[in-house]
Write a protein that binds this ligand. Sequence first.
Ligand SMILES: C[S@@+](CC[C@H](N)C(=O)[O-])C[C@H]1O[C@@H](n2cnc3c(N)ncnc32)[C@H](O)[C@@H]1O
Length: 313
Amino acid sequence: MKNKKQQQAGKSRQTTPAARVQRELLPEQSTELLKELHILTRDGQLNADSRRKLKQINHLANLLTPDLERLFGEDRDPLIIDAGAGNGYLGFVLYELWCQPNGRGTVLNLELREDLVTRARERATTLGYERMVYEQQAVAELVPHEALDRPPVWHDRPVDAVVALHACDTATDDAIELGIRAGASVIAVVPCCQAEIARLLAGTAVHAPAGALWRHPIHRREFGANLTNVIRAHVLEAFGYQVTVTELTGWEHSLKNELILARKVQRRNSLALKHLQQLLAGLPYLPMGLLERLLPAEPDASESLAEMAAAEA
Ligand SMILES: C[S@@+](CC[C@H](N)C(=O)[O-])C[C@H]1O[C@@H](n2cnc3c(N)ncnc32)[C@H](O)[C@@H]1O
């Protein structure tokens, strides 16, 4: 006899027949779009892998509802960036639910792979989604590193929201930096693999006070991933975001499941910065790209905050 876990695993492997697909959808979400994205089969069924993807995307889209309601409620033309967009499933869904009915708003997808960019552009054309835009470029390229006193813009348009669903390794950090420098009102990331800090820890002495936490490779990987997300959340807080960290969907749907959702509520938060500095002080020096770019350790970590504040003024 199967135990509960096995029964659940069996269930999550099953195909959902067309007649039951509706209950997986958001209000106003069409099966036509999902068929075009090959999330649903031609006869409207949902296989197990696509169901997992749909659950993640819909849950994230749902959590963003209050932010999008606010952005689209204002009399403006919001710019939403999907960093590391892949096939653009999330962007297409956001477009259908928000940009299409409102007749305004743009989803800008940043993606490195040419084949994915080409296919997504074809889909956008087929669907008539004129403001579903794909650029084949790295996320970091949108940040004007040569002139950091200017916030990132796209064709002179300010960035309102940045989302990154499973953007690989440090691409998630690039998305966070892009959102922070742009002053985006919402930044939502679900990190993917994250190896940078584990690599940095591998080169440090394990007899440092906390060294036991990363002595064994498997602990180093897990601790490194956890520390990475803790640092990301603190950096966002330091830059004036209110941050929640939660599961995106149940772990049976994805192991890469941690959602960092950040909403801009104030200019800066010096207490969060202090906590981050205290945390880092208890660890070996970690030249993590995100920290180095946003909070240089020398001579004073608050310097770049002050520079950004001055540039904003
Ligand atoms: C795991 S996929 C996730 C795709 C999509 N967000 C999703 O959830 O279905 C990560 C994508 O990010 C892209 N990518 C990785 N690094 C990137 C970077 N620095 N800039 C832009 N895209 C990047 C990869 O080519 C890949 O398509």
